[in-house]
Ligand binder design. Sequence first.
Ligand code: SF4
Length: 300
Amino acid sequence: MARIIVSFSGGKDSQATLIYAINRWGADKVEAVFCDTGWEHPLTNNFVKEVCDKLGVKLTTLVKKRCGEDLTFEKLCLETHCFPVPSRRACTKTLKIEPMVDWILEQDDNLIILQGIRAKESESRAKMASECMYFAEYFNDKIKGQYRKRAVKKWCETHDASLLRPIFGWTSQEVIDYILTNGMRPNPLYERGCSRVGCFPCIMSRQREIQLVARDNEMRERLINLEKKVNEPNRSRGALNYAGFFVKGFIPERFCRTIKGGYPTVQEVLDYVTRDDCQLDMFEPEEGYSCMSLYRGLCE
Ligand code: SF4
C-alpha cells in the first residue's frame, strides 16, 4: 500500500485533513510533513509537534538546505537583500515547494499526499480538482521552469504520487467542528485573532494580523530587526532601493515618511496599525492569502 502523507502547516485545514487521514487509515499508516521556514510563530512550531504527538503520527520537518546549512526565511532575505513579494512569493518556492519536492524524490515508495485545500476559500481554488496526480503540472508542457523537472519525471517512471484534498467541499465552520468533535483544538493563534497561521508575519498578512504582531514584543522586534539588517549599509542598494517588508500601499501614503515614494517601513506600519483612528482592512483579497503555487497547501 502507498504511504499516506499529510502536508501539515499547523493551520486548521491541514489539521482537519490530518485527523481525517487518521480516522480513515489509522495513525500508524499516516505521516505528517511540515515545511519549517524558521519564520513561524513559536506557538505554531509547538502546536505542530503537540498535534502529531497527541495523534500518534510520525512528523517529518523539512528545512531547505543550502551548502549543507539550513536556509531560513531570514537568511533568504539577507542573501537576496530584499523581501519576497506577494505576487511572486520566492519564500514559498524556496522554503516550502523545493524541500517538499526534494523529500518526495528521496522516497522509494508510492505516496498518497493529502492537502487541506477548500474550494470555498476562493474562486481559483474552486476550479481545482479534489483528486489528481501530485506532479500533474510537470507533465504540462505549457508550464516551464519546474523545479527538478527531469528528476521528477524520472521518479514518476517508477513511483506514483497521488494528491487528495479530502476537505475540498467543507466550510471553515465544518473544519473547526471536525477538529473539536475529534477532541482537539485549532492552533492557538486563531484565538488571538489570526485568520491564517504559518509565517508570522506572512508577507501576505492583512493589517489586522500585523496589529497582532505589533502587540507581541518578541515578534515585533524580530520583524523590525530583520528589516534593519536587510537594509544595513553594506547590504543595501541605496536609499532609493530600500527593501521593505511591506509593499507600497500597505498603509496610506501620508503615513510613510522615511522612504520616498510611499513605501512604508516596518516601524511606520506598526505605528499605523496601533493608532486609535486607523482604518484597518476589512476583507481578504478575492484570491485569499494562501500561497497559490502548484503545491498549494504548503503555506496555509
Ligand atoms: S506563509 Fe507567507 S511568508 Fe511564509 S512562505 Fe508562505 S507566503 Fe511566504
